[in-house]
Write a protein that binds this ligand. Structure first.
Ligand code: AMP
Length: 465
């Protein structure tokens, strides 16, 4: 298997099949509902973990939840509620959203506030090594000059770390502009923990290394997060952990999916150009949202518009209708003289070949649509046996365990209507639009409306008069 590794800036051979994979992905800061940009990142990693398991790897997938952060404190102040209550509310909402998106691959969610002793211990070690320093009445900071490797993930240098300053890292008393906070003293009215470091709260980067050291030790296999986290967040994690352990590399493979954008700009809370996962799922099935995400190569941006979701809704309906047709054949005990569907093996091979190539989901999904295209006419002509229908369904189910793009609940379209739709599609493909329009009317009179999309006909039952 080949995986694009940000650290190597190229595709690399992944661990040998059957290996244990310790995988960590940066989770959300829980101060609001998640949007479909977040969904992109977490759907991608859901598929990564599930596919690795499908390939025989033993994956432990850990994801943090940032439940203490200045954004949380700020929002709680605005709402005049306790920051811990705000974080709890949105952490629960995040779990609900993940569940409705079919994201089930995470082995354990790790809220930062449950790792305070581990965080304090790491900061203490950095102080003892002379890498962390104190700014009175402010906190402890990481001295970037002490880690010459800083920038190896992103290709930047300490000097070019100007924009490393983020969140709670601002202070004019820092030794270097890019130095980042490890432990920030809290004012009495702010949330904090009494520790040997003083009453305070963790910096943004330290929670991740504290929890991964606890679960995985000094080094592990796979770390992910969207591309904005490469710098400074992941760079800072490397600096912290390699300084403490003296062991390199901290992580072997780094995966960074691209953004979901709107008119070319990253979807984000601050720009106000977002749509929450729960709002999107009120209008479209989760499978359509996953399909929209997985139809793009994970490192490329996806420019979102609602039209994308309408198109992918048609695509997932098509898969659902196809599986329904196969289920009808499976029940029919049809014995056919056609040779066994060698196509199933071919599609399976193709799917795995594409996924093995850096999780190329668009090409893997295209091979499933090839299958639909080739098998639908065989169903029309009753040339597929119930045994082959069963095998086809098994293959589709196996892949859908990874992708979750086939709706489980779908409208049942009667076989006679399905046959007409299929005939019309053949006629339409042959550009005989007069006849295909006549068939569309005929189908409409039977109570079903057809809309043609890039992924074939989207069929909806008309409301009864
Ligand atoms: P946050 O809660 O802002 O820390 O974000 C949680 C995760 O979602 C991080 O990995 C972000 O990089 C990722 N993320 C945020 N916005 C987007 C977006 N528009 N597209 C893809 N990933 C995003």
């Amino acid at each position: 298997m080949q995986i694009y590794n940000t650290l190597a800036r190229q595709k690399e051979e992944f661990l040998s099949p059957g290996s244990k994979v310790r995988m960590f992905v940066c989770g959300p800061t829980v101060y609001d509902y998640s949007h479909i940009g977040h969904a992109r990142t977490y759907v991608v990693f859901d598929v990564v973990a599930k596919y690795l398991r499908h390939r025989g790897y033993e994956v432990f997938y850990l994801q943090n939840i940032t439940d203490i952060d200045d954004k949380i404190i700020e929002r709680a102040k605005q709402k005049m509620i306790n920051p811990a209550d705000l974080a709890l509310e949105y952490k629960e909402a995040y779990y609900e959203d993940m569940k409705s998106l079919g994201i089930t691959a995470v082995s354990e969610y790790a809220p930062a506030t449950q790792y305070i002793p581990e965080i304090v211990s790491q900061v203490k070690q950095l102080i003892e090594k002379g890498i962390a320093y104190l700014i009175e009445d402010d906190g402890y900071y990481f001295d970037l000059v002490k880690f010459p490797d800083y920038g190896k993930l992103s290709g930047r240098t300490t000097q070019s770390a100007e924009d490393a300053v983020s969140r709670i890292d601002e202070s004019i008393k820092k030794r270097n502009r890019g130095d980042f906070a490890l432990w920030k003293f809290s004012k009495l009215e702010e949330p904090g923990w009494n520790s040997e470091l003083g009453y305070g709260r963790p910096g943004w980067h330290i929670e991740d290394t504290a929890m991964t050291e606890k679960h995985f030790g000094f080094q592990y296999d796979l770390h992910g997060g969207a591309q904005d986290l490469i710098f400074p967040h992941h760079e800072a994690e490397i600096a912290q952990m390699e300084s403490i352990s003296g062991k390199k590399p901290f992580v072997k493979y780094w995966i960074h999916p691209g953004f979901l954008t709107v008119s070319g700009q990253k979807m984000s809370k601050s720009l106000g150009n977002f749509i929450t996962i729960r709002d999107a799922l009120k209008k479209y099935p989760a499978e359509a949202l996953r399909m929209m995400i997985l139809m793009a190569y994970y490192r490329s941006p996806i420019d979102y518009s609602e039209e994308n979701l309408r198109q992918t809704e048609a695509a997932v309906n098509r898969l659902a209708e196809f599986t329904n047709r196969l289920k009808n054949i499976e029940k029919s005990l049809l014995r056919s003289s056609t040779p066994k569907l060698e196509l199933i093996e071919k599609i399976k091979e193709n799917f795995e070949k594409e996924m093995d190539d850096d999780f190329n989901t668009p090409k893997a999904i295209a091979s499933l649509f090839d299958f639909v295209r080739e098998v639908n006419p065989l169903i029309d002509e009753r040339k597929i046996s119930s045994e082959d229908a069963k095998k086809s369904l098994e293959m589709l189910n196996e892949f859908d365990q990874i992708l979750s793009i086939i709706p489980k609940k779908s409208q049942e379209i009667p076989p006679e209507i399905q046959k007409l739709i299929s005939e019309r599609e053949t006629i339409r493909q042959a550009k005989d639009f007069i006849h295909s329009d006549q068939l569309r009317d005929q189908i409409k009179n039977l109570g079903y409306e057809i809309e043609d999309t890039n992924y074939g006909p989207l069929v909806k039952k008309l409301a009864s008069p």
